[in-house]
Design a binder for this molecule. Structure first.
Ligand code: NAD
Length: 293
């Protein structure tokens, strides 16, 4: 079996995959590959699939499957799998890091120091302790974020039509109720018909003035122009995001907006998570080889 390892994972993965067959990292080998393994850059779209007539299994090392045309792949009898459990801690830790950085003005503080300024009075910090956090999308990552926020003494509420109870947050029945009470909102939404463009001007208007918003879910769940306007008016005090309309976000209005903190889609990219994703990929291949997938 030929395995196309189309993107970079943990350095040891290619060697471990050799136990299952011939491993190639050359995209031109898609034409003869039986298995393709991608992260988020390589698109397993209609064109890719049509050019890969031997393909039987497409693995997305990660959570969201936006870069795989699942319906088309399945119509060609190609199995499509991901590694949904591996990344929860890595992404929750990044979301938490962003949530700490915003009210502590960490990027402005650092920049001012490098520029030879001493803004001790100007950079007034606020604490997370005692503040209300709203977690929107309370799946694996949202739960991990909520658990960490509890440890910081935050009051944690959640909204997710698919989750009624949580050990770490009080679940709200509707999004509007949640929005009105939160000092922080952390978005952990997949991109689907119910979430695309959800955070538009109308929804942002329902948040508390001065809210901080953190997005490690998907960029297209917010309307960037509306977010920029809300940042300019002060309705939103800060927006920290790891996710964009496109990677990289060339031409995005966020790049020049005030009070933003931007990271280059680093959520899943911890060293430990790359190893966990590698284990999960090997498990998928075990199951594929033994017909249990
Ligand atoms: P998950 O499937 O465990 O949780 C997603 C939750 O969102 C589900 O419980 C679902 O019911 C809920 N949801 C769906 N539509 C909703 C809506 N309209 N309103 C509120 N909740 C809604 O997934 P997860 O592992 O927690 O990952 C969440 C998302 O994070 C992924 O879909 C992916 O887009 C993103 N992600 C980003 C990175 C990164 O590098 N930044 C890495 C991994 C995952």
């Amino acid at each position: 079996m030929k395995i196309l390892l189309a993107e970079s994972f943990d350095a040891s993965l290619a060697e471990k995959l050799r136990a299952y067959g011939e491993v190639t990292q050359n995209l031109a080998d898609a034409a003869t590959a039986e298995v393709v393994i991608v992260r988020s850059k390589v698109k397993v779209d209609k064109a890719f699939i049509d050019a890969a007539p031997n393909l039987k299994l497409a693995i997305r090392g990660g959570v969201g499957m936006d870069n795989i045309d699942k319906a088309y792949a399945e119509s060609k009898n190609i199995l499509v799998r991901n590694t949904p459990k591996a990344s929860s801690i890595a992404v929750a830790e990044l979301a938490f890091a962003l949530m700490i950085a915003l009210p502590n003005h960490l990027t402005a503080a650092h920049r001012s120091m490098v520029e030879g300024k001493w803004l001790k009075k100007e950079l007034e910090r606020t604490e997370l302790y005692g503040k209300t956090l709203g977690v929107i999308g309370c799946g694996r990552i949202g739960q991990q974020l909520a658990k960490r926020a509890q440890a910081f003494g935050m009051l944690v509420h959640g909204y997710d039509p698919g989750v009624t109870e949580s050990d770490y947050m009080q679940m709200e029945k509707d999004l509007q109720t949640l929005l009105g009470k939160c000092d922080y909102l952390s978005l952990h939404l997949p991109l689907n018909d119910s979430t695309r463009g959800l955070f538009n001007a109308e929804l942002i208007a329902k948040t508390k003035t001065g809210v901080y918003i953190i997005n490690t879910g998907r960029g297209k769940t917010i309307v960037e122009e509306d977010m920029v306007q809300a940042l300019q008016s002060g309705k939103v005090a800060g927006y920290a995001t790891d996710v964009y309309y496109s990677d990289p976000p060339t031409g995005s209005p966020l790049l020049s907006a005030p009070n933003v903190l931007l990271t280059p889609h680093l959520g899943a990219a911890s060293k430990e998570n790359m190893q966990r994703i590698g284990y999960d990929i090997l498990e998928l291949l075990d199951n594929y080889k033994s017909g249990r997938l």
